[in-house]
Unconditional design. Structure first.
Length: 430
C-alpha cells in the first residue's frame, strides 16, 4: 500500500488532463488517482467504472506509453505517472471487495441514459463474442437494465483476452475475476454457439431488439512471398489462439512483425525452449507499434531484433530451412506522415531458420462473414457507420471485426459506444 500511495502522490492532478485525452476510453485519470491519494478506493473505482469495466486488465496490458502515460506531463522531464499500476490496483480492489459500478453519466455520450441497474427494460440484446468489445458492451447495457445474452463459440468467455494474450502478461485468474464481476450484472451466456455454424444472424434478428457482432478478426494476414506455403510457417494470431505450437527446443525461429502479437509470440516461443528467436521488422525500432515495455522485456530475455529488415523469401524443399531478408531504408512519401520502408537493392542475406511466424496483422474469418449478408469493405471488415450500425437494421458491429484500432482499450471503447447507441435508439428514439 505504501508503494501505491507513493505512485499516486507523484501525480500532479492536472486540470487539463492530457492523460485522459491519451486514453482511448477517456478514463478520468486525475480524478481516480486523487481519490487514491485520499484513501477513497471505492470512489476511485466508481470514477473508473463510468468509462470502463476492464480496469484490472487494461491496467496490465494496455500500451500505456503510447496512450495515457505517453501524454503525462511528468514524462516531459522525468518518468510519467504509473497509471497502469494504479488502475490495476483499483480494479483488483473492486473485484475483491465487490465495489459497485457507478452509473455512467458522460455528458457527450450518455446524456439521458442514466437509468442504473435497478431499472429493467423490456429490450433484449444479443452480444456475439466475448472479447473486450463484447464484454464491455454487455456490461454497459446490463447496467442500464437491458436483458443481455452473450453468445460465445467456446466454453469460456474472454475471446482474445483468454486465447490471444499469454499467461505471463495476463493471469487467467485476473481475467476470470473480471468476467465474473461483469456477469453478476445479470448477463446470460450461451456457450459453444458459433455464428454461421450453430447460430444464424437471421434467427437472432427475429429474437432480439438489437445485436452486436464482436467476433474479432483472428485470421493472420499473409505476406504473399515465395515459400509461404512451406511446413513450419505459422500465423501469429492463430498460434496464440489455438496454442498449436510445435516443439521449439533447439530450433531457430523468426517472428515477422512489430506489434504486441509479434512480441507475445516471440516471448512465448522463447520461454518454450527455442534455441534462438529473431524478430524481423521492416521499420526502425522507434516505429514499432508494440508496447515499449514488451520490447524491453523481449530484449532482456535475449530475443534478437533485426530492424529495417524485410523478409522476401522462405527457402526449403518441403519445410522451412532458411529465410532470405533484405535491408530497408526509411523515406518520406508524399501525403504520408509515417516514414515508409524501401528495400535496399543488393543488401539481401540469408539466415538458417526452422520456423517462421507471421505476425503482421489479421482479418475476419471470411467463411463466417460471408454467411451474414452484411456489407463489408475491401479488406473484409464489416462496414459500419459513425454509430457502429451495419447495413442491416438493428445490427451493430465493433472491435477488430469492424477494423477498429487493434488494442484492447480501443475495442472496449467501441463496445461502450455501441451500448450507448443501442440505448439511445431503443429508449429515446433519437
Amino acid at each position: 500500500m505504501e508503494k501505491i500511495n507513493e505512485l499516486a502522490d507523484y501525480c500532479l492532478n492536472c486540470k487539463v488532463k492530457p492523460c485522459q485525452k491519451g486514453c482511448p476510453l477517456g478514463n478520468d485519470i486525475p480524478e481516480f488517482i486523487k481519490n487514491i491519494k485520499e484513501g477513497k478506493y471505492e470512489q476511485a473505482y466508481e470514477v473508473l467504472s463510468r468509462t470502463t469495466v476492464l480496469e484490472s486488465i487494461c491496467g496490465r496490458i494496455c500500451p500505456h506509453m503510447s496512450q495515457c502515460m505517453g501524454k503525462c506531463v511528468r514524462g516531459i522531464k522525468s518518468s510519467p505517472v504509473s497509471i497502469g499500476d494504479l488502475e490495476a490496483f483499483i480494479g483488483d480492489l473492486g473485484v475483491q471487495n465487490d465495489y459497485k459500478m457507478d452509473i455512467p453519466n458522460d455528458n457527450k455520450n450518455y446524456e439521458k441514459c442514466n437509468m442504473g441497474i435497478s431499472s429493467k427494460v423490456s429490450k433484449k440484446i444479443a452480444i456475439i463474442g466475448s472479447g473486450p468489445a463484447g464484454l464491455t458492451c454487455s456490461a454497459f447495457l446490463a447496467r442500464s437494465g437491458f436483458d443481455v445474452t452473450i453468445y460465445e463459440k467456446r466454453n469460456k468467455l474472454g475471446g482474445i483476452l483468454r486465447y490471444g494474450i499469454p499467461e505471463f502478461r495476463l493471469s487467467k485468474d485476473i481475467l476470470d475475476n473480471t468476467i465474473n464481476k461483469i456477469l453478476k450484472l445479470g448477463i446470460k451466456v450461451e456457450y459453444n454457439k458459433e455464428l454461421g455454424v450453430n447460430i444464424l444472424l437471421e434467427d437472432l434478428v427475429n429474437q432480439y431488439d438489437a445485436i452486436f457482432i464482436a467476433i474479432g478478426a483472428n485470421i493472420p494476414w499473409k505476406m504473399g512471398i515465395q515459400g509461404e506455403e512451406l511446413d513450419g510457417i505459422f500465423g501469429g494470431n492463430s498460434l496464440l489462439e489455438y496454442n498449436n505450437h510445435p516443439n521449439y527446443e533447439g530450433k531457430n525461429v523468426a517472428v515477422v512483425g512489430g506489434g504486441n502479437v509479434a512480441m507475445d509470440c516471440a516471448r512465448t516461443i522463447n520461454k518454450m525452449g527455442a534455441k534462438k528467436v529473431t524478430v524481423v521488422y521492416r521499420r526502425a525500432e522507434e516505429q514499432m507499434p508494440a508496447e515499449k515495455k514488451e520490447i524491453e522485456d523481449a530484449k532482456n530475455e535475449k530475443i534478437e531484433f533485426l530492424f529495417q529488415t524485410n523478409i522476401v523469401k522462405v527457402l526449403g524443399e518441403n519445410k522451412v530451412e532458411k529465410i532470405e531478408c533484405i535491408k530497408t531504408k526509411l523515406i518520406q512519401k508524399d501525403g504520408e506522415t509515417r516514414l515508409s520502408p524501401v528495400d535496399i537493392e543488393g543488401s539481401n542475406f540469408e539466415l538458417d531458420m526452422d520456423y517462421v511466424v507471421m505476425a503482421i496483422g489479421s482479418m475476419p474469418e471470411e467463411k463466417v462473414i460471408n454467411t451474414l449478408g452484411l456489407e463489408c469493405d475491401k479488406k473484409g471488415y464489416i462496414k459500419v457507420n459513425e454509430n457502429y450500425e451495419t447495413s442491416m437494421k438493428n445490427v451493430f458491429a465493433g472491435g477488430d471485426v469492424a477494423g477498429t484500432k487493434a488494442t484492447v482499450a480501443w475495442a472496449a471503447r467501441t463496445g461502450r459506444e455501441v451500448a450507448f447507441n443501442i440505448i439511445r435508439k431503443n429508449l429515446y428514439k433519437e
